[in-house]
Design a protein around this ligand. Structure first.
Ligand code: FES
Length: 196
Protein backbone atom coordinates (compact mmCIF):
# COMPACT_ATOMS: atom_id res chain seq x y z
CA UNK A 1 0.00 0.00 0.00
CA UNK A 2 1.69 3.27 -1.01
CA UNK A 3 2.06 5.59 1.95
CA UNK A 4 4.27 8.41 3.05
CA UNK A 5 3.37 10.66 5.98
CA UNK A 6 1.05 8.25 7.83
CA UNK A 7 -0.47 11.34 9.44
CA UNK A 8 -3.21 12.15 6.93
CA UNK A 9 -1.40 15.06 5.35
CA UNK A 10 0.07 13.86 2.05
CA UNK A 11 -2.78 11.95 0.38
CA UNK A 12 -0.48 9.21 -0.94
CA UNK A 13 -2.63 6.48 0.62
CA UNK A 14 -5.99 7.73 -0.73
CA UNK A 15 -8.22 4.76 -1.61
CA UNK A 16 -11.69 4.30 -3.08
CA UNK A 17 -14.10 2.36 -0.88
CA UNK A 18 -16.15 0.17 -3.19
CA UNK A 19 -18.35 -1.48 -0.58
CA UNK A 20 -18.78 -1.36 3.17
CA UNK A 21 -18.17 1.70 5.30
CA UNK A 22 -15.26 3.34 7.07
CA UNK A 23 -14.81 5.77 9.94
CA UNK A 24 -12.58 8.60 8.65
CA UNK A 25 -11.51 9.40 12.23
CA UNK A 26 -9.11 12.35 12.16
CA UNK A 27 -8.69 12.56 8.36
CA UNK A 28 -8.01 16.26 7.70
CA UNK A 29 -10.46 18.20 5.55
CA UNK A 30 -7.56 19.57 3.49
CA UNK A 31 -6.43 16.11 2.42
CA UNK A 32 -9.87 14.51 2.21
CA UNK A 33 -12.50 17.16 1.47
CA UNK A 34 -16.19 16.47 1.94
CA UNK A 35 -16.93 15.89 -1.74
CA UNK A 36 -14.30 13.13 -1.84
CA UNK A 37 -15.78 11.48 1.26
CA UNK A 38 -19.18 11.55 -0.42
CA UNK A 39 -17.61 10.04 -3.54
CA UNK A 40 -16.29 7.16 -1.41
CA UNK A 41 -12.65 8.08 -0.95
CA UNK A 42 -10.73 7.52 2.28
CA UNK A 43 -7.22 7.83 3.65
CA UNK A 44 -5.96 4.33 4.39
CA UNK A 45 -3.58 5.59 7.06
CA UNK A 46 -6.43 7.21 9.03
CA UNK A 47 -9.67 5.35 8.30
CA UNK A 48 -10.84 2.23 10.06
CA UNK A 49 -13.37 -0.17 8.50
CA UNK A 50 -16.77 -0.37 10.20
CA UNK A 51 -17.75 -3.53 8.29
CA UNK A 52 -16.32 -5.89 5.72
CA UNK A 53 -14.96 -3.43 3.20
CA UNK A 54 -13.77 -3.66 -0.38
CA UNK A 55 -11.42 -1.00 -1.71
CA UNK A 56 -9.64 0.05 -4.87
CA UNK A 57 -6.01 0.61 -3.95
CA UNK A 58 -4.33 3.95 -4.63
CA UNK A 59 -3.00 4.49 -8.11
CA UNK A 60 0.61 4.98 -7.16
CA UNK A 61 2.79 7.09 -9.35
CA UNK A 62 5.90 5.41 -10.57
CA UNK A 63 8.41 5.92 -7.76
CA UNK A 64 11.40 7.98 -8.79
CA UNK A 65 13.56 6.62 -6.00
CA UNK A 66 14.89 3.11 -6.04
CA UNK A 67 17.13 3.40 -2.99
CA UNK A 68 16.83 0.51 -0.59
CA UNK A 69 15.04 1.25 2.67
CA UNK A 70 17.22 0.66 5.74
CA UNK A 71 16.96 0.71 9.50
CA UNK A 72 20.06 2.42 10.82
CA UNK A 73 21.50 4.26 13.78
CA UNK A 74 22.89 7.81 13.75
CA UNK A 75 24.83 9.85 16.28
CA UNK A 76 23.95 13.47 17.01
CA UNK A 77 27.04 15.50 16.05
CA UNK A 78 25.75 19.09 16.25
CA UNK A 79 22.67 20.96 17.46
CA UNK A 80 22.41 24.63 16.57
CA UNK A 81 19.64 27.25 16.51
CA UNK A 82 19.47 28.74 13.01
CA UNK A 83 16.29 30.83 13.31
CA UNK A 84 13.62 31.61 15.86
CA UNK A 85 12.12 28.24 16.83
CA UNK A 86 14.20 26.37 14.24
CA UNK A 87 17.13 24.09 14.89
CA UNK A 88 19.65 22.45 12.66
CA UNK A 89 20.58 18.95 13.81
CA UNK A 90 23.55 17.19 12.23
CA UNK A 91 23.71 13.42 12.46
CA UNK A 92 26.66 11.21 11.65
CA UNK A 93 25.99 7.73 10.35
CA UNK A 94 27.94 4.59 11.13
CA UNK A 95 27.52 3.49 7.51
CA UNK A 96 26.90 5.62 4.40
CA UNK A 97 23.25 6.01 3.34
CA UNK A 98 22.34 6.10 -0.34
CA UNK A 99 19.58 8.63 -0.95
CA UNK A 100 18.43 11.29 -3.40
CA UNK A 101 18.21 15.01 -2.71
CA UNK A 102 14.68 15.76 -1.51
CA UNK A 103 14.10 12.51 0.38
CA UNK A 104 13.29 12.19 4.06
CA UNK A 105 13.95 9.88 6.99
CA UNK A 106 11.89 8.52 9.83
CA UNK A 107 13.23 9.06 13.37
CA UNK A 108 12.18 7.23 16.50
CA UNK A 109 12.14 9.68 19.38
CA UNK A 110 14.49 8.19 22.01
CA UNK A 111 12.69 6.54 24.90
CA UNK A 112 9.39 6.40 23.01
CA UNK A 113 7.79 4.54 20.12
CA UNK A 114 6.90 7.86 18.48
CA UNK A 115 8.18 8.31 14.94
CA UNK A 116 8.57 11.59 13.10
CA UNK A 117 9.62 12.34 9.54
CA UNK A 118 12.22 14.94 8.59
CA UNK A 119 13.47 15.97 5.18
CA UNK A 120 17.18 15.83 4.56
CA UNK A 121 18.62 19.29 3.97
CA UNK A 122 21.99 18.08 2.74
CA UNK A 123 22.79 16.52 -0.64
CA UNK A 124 23.73 12.84 -0.98
CA UNK A 125 27.30 13.85 -1.76
CA UNK A 126 27.88 13.51 1.99
CA UNK A 127 26.45 10.02 2.53
CA UNK A 128 27.54 9.68 6.16
CA UNK A 129 26.05 13.02 7.20
CA UNK A 130 22.39 13.92 7.62
CA UNK A 131 21.22 17.51 8.16
CA UNK A 132 17.76 18.08 9.60
CA UNK A 133 15.90 21.36 10.05
CA UNK A 134 13.44 21.12 12.88
CA UNK A 135 10.75 23.60 13.85
CA UNK A 136 9.57 23.78 17.45
CA UNK A 137 6.05 22.49 17.98
CA UNK A 138 5.10 23.34 21.57
CA UNK A 139 3.99 20.16 23.34
CA UNK A 140 5.11 17.90 20.50
CA UNK A 141 6.82 14.68 21.60
CA UNK A 142 9.69 15.07 19.13
CA UNK A 143 9.92 18.81 19.68
CA UNK A 144 10.17 18.43 23.45
CA UNK A 145 13.20 16.22 22.89
CA UNK A 146 14.82 18.13 20.01
CA UNK A 147 14.50 21.45 21.85
CA UNK A 148 15.16 19.88 25.23
CA UNK A 149 17.43 17.08 26.37
CA UNK A 150 19.00 16.19 23.02
CA UNK A 151 22.79 16.10 23.28
CA UNK A 152 25.75 15.60 21.00
CA UNK A 153 26.57 11.90 21.13
CA UNK A 154 22.95 10.72 21.46
CA UNK A 155 22.22 7.65 19.37
CA UNK A 156 19.03 7.67 17.30
CA UNK A 157 17.17 4.84 15.55
CA UNK A 158 16.13 5.81 12.05
CA UNK A 159 14.63 4.37 8.86
CA UNK A 160 14.95 5.65 5.33
CA UNK A 161 15.28 7.02 2.81
CA UNK A 162 11.63 7.73 1.94
CA UNK A 163 9.94 9.96 -0.59
CA UNK A 164 9.58 10.50 -4.30
CA UNK A 165 9.98 14.29 -4.26
CA UNK A 166 13.51 14.04 -5.54
CA UNK A 167 15.92 16.04 -7.61
CA UNK A 168 15.99 14.84 -11.22
CA UNK A 169 19.63 14.87 -12.32
CA UNK A 170 18.56 14.26 -15.94
CA UNK A 171 16.59 17.49 -16.08
CA UNK A 172 18.98 20.33 -16.85
CA UNK A 173 16.29 22.96 -17.50
CA UNK A 174 15.48 25.91 -15.25
CA UNK A 175 14.27 25.00 -11.80
CA UNK A 176 12.15 27.20 -9.52
CA UNK A 177 11.92 26.00 -5.92
CA UNK A 178 9.59 27.67 -3.44
CA UNK A 179 9.41 26.74 0.21
CA UNK A 180 8.74 28.32 3.57
CA UNK A 181 10.23 27.64 6.99
CA UNK A 182 11.56 24.13 7.40
CA UNK A 183 9.95 23.32 4.03
CA UNK A 184 13.19 24.77 2.67
CA UNK A 185 15.18 21.68 3.70
CA UNK A 186 14.53 19.36 0.70
CA UNK A 187 14.84 22.32 -1.66
CA UNK A 188 18.23 23.21 -0.19
CA UNK A 189 19.44 19.66 -0.86
CA UNK A 190 18.23 19.85 -4.48
CA UNK A 191 19.68 23.30 -5.09
CA UNK A 192 23.09 22.13 -3.91
CA UNK A 193 22.92 19.29 -6.44
CA UNK A 194 21.96 21.69 -9.24
CA UNK A 195 24.77 24.11 -8.47
CA UNK A 196 27.48 21.46 -8.64
S1 FES B 1 0.16 8.28 4.10
FE1 FES B 1 -0.04 10.42 3.92
S2 FES B 1 -2.19 10.70 4.06
FE2 FES B 1 -1.94 8.61 4.40
Amino acid sequence: MPNSCNQGTCGTCKIKVRSGSVDHRTSPENTLPQHERVAGFALACQATPCSDTTIDPPIAEEPTSTHVLHDFVATVSEVRDIAADTRRVLLTLDEPLTFSAGQYVDITVPGTSTKRQYSLANPPTEPKLLELHVRRQPGGVASEWLFGPIEVGDRIDMTGPYGDFTFDEENTGPMALLGGGTGLAPLKASSVMRSR
